[in-house]
Design a protein around this ligand. Structure first.
Ligand SMILES: *[C@@H]1O[C@H](CO)[C@@H](O)[C@H](O)[C@H]1NC(C)=O
Length: 439
């Protein structure tokens, strides 16, 4: 009797537990919702009881990172995370009837999903990663999420590069449904989205997220477009240190080169070296910026002007050096004659002096008087000094700068004044324009 009783007891427990699992399983709920893989109608049609009711799709877009901004191709690559919420009027249940199950996840392919796309999307199809499941809640609210490596087209305004701010729009639009069928809305406010994005942002590169604005734009056909405007600003420090400051120092070096001595000829080669260094920077700039002709970046103007200024000063140095050479050639002939005169005089002196020296030993065959010898030496010294003074005086008379050298000097000083003033005005102007936009 005892084994039979225990068997009956076990059967009772098993019966209770099996009946409990059949009540509380997800399968039971799916059976109740008539949600099976074979049920294609649920996946095909917009889930409303009255077709005139539009489906409200609430979007949320979070910015996880700004990966790349390509100035040449005018694209922005970002990492975004999209959430969509909508209501399925057929998939509702009472949680108390199903052991308190209030949410469910089902494969994405089982359900109807609004076809919301990004208008500016220029990325390849492999860049979207949809979550394989959709969350259902007992009230019929659906939640689908996706993350995407989004390459979006964005018209970049590079006028103030590298102190620029860019407004890039990411517009959501239903491809096939008009405003009667799908209404796009937002779940979170602009400030919440901006705050969350700033918190979760992993990588921003050289960019700083300013804010995210949300607007709804009516299209021509009457459909709504949900537009997220992402404002980002560039961190200009690298460009400032790597580009603008070196150019500025080259300009200063060029200014300073006016104080290099003209005669050595090093001035011109120094200036040409500075010009070459600037052209290297110009090459780098060409790789960075696109060739948009309508809005020329300020930095291009800056570079070109610095290049032109230094080029002008090289030309001026050439002119001055030419004038000096011209003058030097005329003067050299004169100087050469002076030199020969001096040489001849020296030679004459040399001829006379040795004669005197020859006389002296004859005179001094007698025992040499020291005071007498000193007097003779003094005489010789005086005569040499006089000869030298005479020669120097002649030199000074002939060596005064020629007409061309004077012209060169005047050109040099006038040009330097104008050059200095131009550089100052130009630098002031650039600083003002950049600062007014940034500060
Ligand atoms: C469907 O909705 C329209 C507009 O809201 C309404 O006029 C119509 O009576 C509804 N039909 C049914 C069967 O509820």
């Amino acid at each position: 009797m005892a084994p039979l009783r225990t068997l009956a007891f076990l059967a009772l427990i098993a019966g209770i537990s099996s009946s409990q699992t059949s009540d509380c399983s997800y399968m039971n709920l799916l059976r109740h919702l008539n949600l099976m893989k074979e049920n294609d109608v649920v996946a095909a049609m917009r889930p409303v009881r009255n077709w005139t009711t539009p489906t409200l799709v609430q979007m949320d877009m979070l910015l996880y990172g700004i990966l790349e901004v390509n100035e040449k191709f005018q694209t922005v690559t970002s990492h975004i995370w999209i959430q969509m919420r909508w209501t399925n009027e057929f998939l509702t249940w009472n949680p108390s009837d199903f052991c308190g199950i209030d949410s469910l996840t089902v494969p994405r392919s089982w359900l109807w999903i609004p076809d919301v796309n990004i208008v500016e999307d220029a990325s390849d199809t492999g860049s979207i990663l949809n979550s394989p499941t959709i969350s259902l809640s007992s009230s019929g609210s659906m939640l689908a999420s996706a993350r995407q490596r989004l390459t979006s087209t964005c018209q970049l305004n590079l006028k103030l590069f590298p102190f620029d701010k860019q407004n890039c729009t990411i517009s959501f639009l239903s491809m096939n449904f008009d405003v009667k069928a799908i209404v796009l809305g937002t779940a979170s406010s602009e400030t919440t989205l901006t705050q969350i994005s700033e918190q979760i942002m992993v990588t921003q590169g050289e960019w700083q997220l300013e804010h995210i604005d949300i607007t709804t734009v009516k299209m021509r056909k009457g459909e709504d477009q949900l537009v997220y405007t992402v404002t980002i600003s560039r961190k200009p420090m690298l460009y400032l240190i790597n580009f603008i400051l070196p150019l500025f120092f080259f300009l200063v070096l060029d200014l300073a080169s006016f104080f290099i001595n003209e005669s050595t000829g090093e001035k011109l080669s120094f200036k040409v070296t500075v010009l070459l260094s600037i052209s290297v920077l110009l090459l780098i700039l060409k790789d960075m910026l696109p060739s948009t002709e309508d809005k020329l970046p300020m930095i291009a103007t800056y570079c070109a002007t610095v290049f032109a200024l230094v080029g002008l000063s090289v030309l001026e140095a050439m002119l001055v050096s030419f004038l000096n050479d011209f003058d030097g050639n005329c003067g050299k002939n004169l100087q050469r004659s002076v030199d020969t005169q001096v040489d001849i005089q020296m030679e004459v002196n040399c001829h006379t002096e040795p004669a005197g020296a020859e006389e002296n030993p004859e005179k001094c065959n007698l025992p040499l008087d020291q005071p007498n010898g000193l007097d003779v030496l003094r005489l010789i010294l005086q005569e040499v000094k006089a000869a030298r003074q005479e020669a120097e005086g002649q030199d000074k008379d002939k060596r005064k700068p020629g007409r061309y050298a004077k012209v060169a000097e005047i050109i040099n000083s006038v040009f330097f004044t104008f050059y200095f003033l131009t550089v100052m005005v130009f630098l002031l102007y650039m600083t003002l324009v950049w600062c007014l936009q940034v500060c």
